[in-house]
Every structure is written in C-alpha cells, then in structure tokens.
Design a protein around this ligand. Structure first.
Ligand code: BG6
Length: 489
C-alpha cells in the first residue's frame, strides 16, 4: 500500500542552477565559437512586456557580427565563472549542495557547430568543472544546451528550422556523452523546449524574417519544435546506449494557467493553454503527438514535415523524468480586452489580483507550484525535478553584507508547497533554485536582476570587481539543506 510521506525524501537533491551563457563569460577564449546568446545586447526593462522578447532579426545579427552596432553584450562577459569556477563551486559546497545544474556551451565544444573535430580545450574545461564537483560530492545535472547554438548554424541553415540541425546536435551529444560518461547522472537535451513558441531565436537559433515559412509564424515554430523533439528523442537513445545508468528527461518552462473567471469560455481557453504547454512532455514522455494538437495545427495552417520513422523514434525513446522551471502562474481569458498585463518569464499575462508582484512585475504564486506538481504528476506519473525557481530582485550591499529577507520569504513559501505536494503523493526528486549565484539575466541581460545566494560585484554595464559575497539567504539555504527542508525559518 502507498505510504504517505511526511516530508522530503532522504535522498532529495537540493541545489542550484545556472546556464553557461549567463555565467561563464570568456566568450572567445580557448577556441570557443560565437553563440546565439553572445549576440543578444543589453536591453533593460522592468515593468513592461515590450522588451521581453529577446528576438534578433537578420539585419541586427549582421550588424552585431560586424561589431558596428555600438551595443553592449553582457552575456559575453557573464560573471567569469570560466575562470572562477573553483571559488564558486566551493561556495556551493559550503551551502551543502547535493546537485548543481549547469549547461555545456555547445560552441565551446564545436565552435562552428559543424567542425570535423571537437575543441579539446572546451571539453577539458568541463572535465575540470566535474572534477571540482566530484571533490565535494555534488551531482551535476547537465542541460546539454541552454539557449545557445553556434552562430554559424544560424547563418548556415537558420538553426533548428533545418533538419540538418538534428545531426549536428547529435554529433555534439555523442561527444559529450562519451567524454562525461560515468560522471553525470542527470541530463536534459534542451532548456525550456516550449519557449520556441515565444522566442524561436533564443530557443532554437531560428530567425523568423529569413525563414522559408515566414508567412506563417506558427509553422516556423512548430517545425523547429519537431526537429528539437526528434533531436531530444535521438539524444535519449544515444544516452541509453552509451550510459545505461544515466537518467535523461525533458525540460520545459511550466506555464501553470488559471482561467481568469469561471466563465466557460475562459475555462476552455485555460484548457487550450494547458494543452499547448504539456504538448512537449506528451511527446517526449508519452511518446506521441497528442490528438488535440492536430486540430490546433489545422486551424493554424501548420503542416509538420515529418520523415518516415519519426513517429517510431518518438515512441521508442521516451524520457525518464520531467524537469521544469516554475516562476509564476498565468491567467487565461477569452476576452479580447484582457485587462492589465504584467510581465513574466518570456511570456506576459493578465494580472491576477490575488497575487503580489516581484520587482520585475512577475506574479508570485507558491500555491501554484503545489498545483503544478500535482497536475504534472497526475498526468505523466514520472519523477519531477524543479530545475528553476527563484526571485529576481534588486539587492543592496551594506557594510559588506546583503540582507535579502524577500528572497528567503519567496523561497521558503515555495519550499513549503513542495513539501505539501510530496505529502500529496508527488514523486519530486530535486530542486535547483535559479541563479544560485548572481548572473546575467536571460530576458533583459541585466546584472541588477539578481537571483543568487551569492552576490557578484558587477553592474549592468560590466563595472565591478566580480567579488563574491554571501547574502543572508546563503546561510538560510545552508540550514534548509542541512535539515532536509525542515528548518525554513
Ligand atoms: C528561464 C531561463 O526561462 O528563466 C533562464 O531558463 C532565465 O535562462 C530564467 O535566466 C529567468 O529569467 P530572467 O529573464 O529573469 O533571467
């Protein structure tokens, strides 16, 4: 009989998460090629959705490559993790991390994406990172690519719009699987697959204005999605062949959506939004395109170009777990005038009057996390891993200290709800807070939007000593981990 748990399981994986392009810097060091993220300029925003899409046009890309744009590109500098990884990992270890989610910069390994041989210096860098993690007994969770594709593949064939991207991605996958076999247990082929629907450049190196499908933006996004789904399934197959003991799952941005009212039309809209969000695990965990998507494709004029054997690839190579980011909940309405809009994780939403907002106007909804965990587990019955959650906020250094009670409060309330979900019966295996060390924001490239337990002395324009300072939340999270989620005060 199922035994109700009363808290976090003993082997629960507590930790933190970052992405290569937001922390490493050293964008042109040791043979690294340019990536899509290196081409995203500083574009600050706080309280509106206008700037949220981090899309790049073909004209902008040309200017950025020729470097005559006078723009500042903060992701190229990151927070210099490339040279400071030892110090940073020692700080993670001091907090007691059991797991550290990081990504591998694809163009560090294949600078142009289609090179004959991988770049040994790039591979050696991650060897050293894994050595350091092993030293402290921290399990790496690797996102194989987190929003960065070699720019050459964008210029050559428009990223994942082309089926050729699958082959180039799999060559990269094979190299890293073979190299890091036995050292990495948890893998995710891509970060937030569903963000293709909002930001195809960021998610898949797809520039809409040069797409061969440019008359139908839905066709662009879902064709590229299909290629990433096939690439994910084939990476899963490869991973199992090379490392039968490893676990590989899919990763999405979880957009938990409430209907704005009890009106049936709003409820129906919420159902549709939910279907589009879980479409990704439907394919990668259940192994097939779900029935509901075909009507949507028909209505949007989407005609997925599949190859013979694609359905079989998806059916036979399903993932072990669902990893997801959770920051907020969304509101669905059928009303053409949806009311006050607020900002969010690459996607905005109508404001939910019951929720407070962050400094960047993202709604805060800890109970939504419990709802989402239950909903995903009920539907898919596979282990869940929260690989991003956290509060982007302004922090101030006072007498060499950073007091961040707002961050502690945010995380505490989310962890409480995770515990509730575990008691509900959800199989939750880990939690990595986003930006465990301050990093460059993905959406706005701001440094001032800080998520970390560790403060990094650098401003939005790249000025600062890069010194690391432990915030109050650092000591708090250490206690949380030590007590396995029991001491949240
Ligand atoms: C997620 C991304 O969508 O949100 C991260 O996977 C990103 O890369 C995070 O940093 C938070 O978004 P932002 O825009 O505040 O950095």
């Amino acid at each position: 009989m199922f035994k109700v748990k009363n808290g976090f399981p003993e082997n629960f994986l507590w930790g933190g998460a970052t992405a290569a392009s937001q922390v490493e810097g050293a964008y042109d060091v040791d043979g690294k090629g340019l990536s899509t993220s290196d081409m995203v300029p500083y574009k600050p925003m706080e309280h509106s959705n206008d700037n949220m899409k981090i899309e790049v046009t073909s004209e902008q890309l040309k200017a950025y490559l020729e470097d005559d744009s006078k723009e500042y590109f903060p992701k190229r500098k990151g927070v210099d993790f490339y040279h400071r990884y030892k110090e940073d990992i020692a700080l993670f270890a001091e907090m007691g991390f059991k797991v550290y989610r990081l990504s591998i910069a694809w163009p560090r390994i294949f600078p142009n994406g289609d090179d004959k041989e991988p770049n040994e210096a790039g591979l050696a860098f991650y060897d050293k990172v894994f050595d350091e993690l092993e030293k402290y007994g921290i399990e790496p969770f690797v996102t194989m690519t987190h929003y960065e594709m070699p720019i050459n593949l964008v210029l050559k064939y428009n990223g994942f719009e082309s089926r050729q991207a699958i082959d180039d991605y799999l060559r990269f996958a094979k190299v890293i699987f073979k190299r890091y076999k036995g050292r990495v247990k948890y893998w995710a082929p891509f970060n937030e697959l569903n963000m293709m629907l909002t930001s195809p450049y960021t998610c898949g190196g797809v520039i809409s204005d040069v797409s061969k499908y440019k008359d139908n933006e839905y066709q662009i996004k879902y064709q590229a999605t299909h290629h990433q789904l096939i690439a994910s399934a084939l990476a899963t197959k490869l991973c199992r062949e090379i490392m039968p003991d490893a676990k590989i799952g899919c990763m999405i941005a979880r957009l938990e959506t409430y209907a704005a009212t009890s009106k049936p039309e709003d409820q129906l809209q919420a159902l549709l939004d939910e279907q589009l969000n879980v479409f990704y695990p439907e394919v990668l965990i259940n192994g097939k395109y779900p029935n509901y998507i075909w009507r949507y494709f028909k209505e949007k004029g989407i005609n997925i170009e599949m190859e013979p054997g694609d359905e079989e690839i998806l059916r036979e190579n399903t993932g072990d777990f669902i990893a997801f980011s959770y920051y907020m909940t969304y509101m669905a309405t059928a009303n053409p005038e949806p009311g006050v809009q607020v900002s969010g994780n690459l996607v905005g939403t109508s404001q939910n009057p019951h929720l407070e907002l962050t400094d960047w106007d993202w709604p805060i909804d800890p109970i939504g996390l419990r709802i989402t965990l239950n909903r995903l587990y009920d539907r898919f019955k596979v282990p869940l891993f929260i690989v991003e959650n956290g509060l982007g906020a302004h922090d101030k250094v006072e007498d060499g200290k950073v007091h961040d009670p707002y961050r502690i409060d945010y995380l505490r309330r989310h962890i409480e709800q995770m515990k509730e979900a575990i008691i509900d019966g959800v199989d939750l295996i880990g939690y990595t807070t986003w930006g465990c060390i301050d990093l460059v924001s993905c959406g706005t490239s701001q440094m001032s939007k800080r998520y970390g337990f560790i403060y990094v002395d650098q401003d939005d324009h790249g000025n600062g000593t890069l010194e690391r300072i432990r915030k109050d939340s650092f000591y708090w999270y250490k206690k949380v981990i030590q007590s396995n989620g029991e001491d949240l005060e």
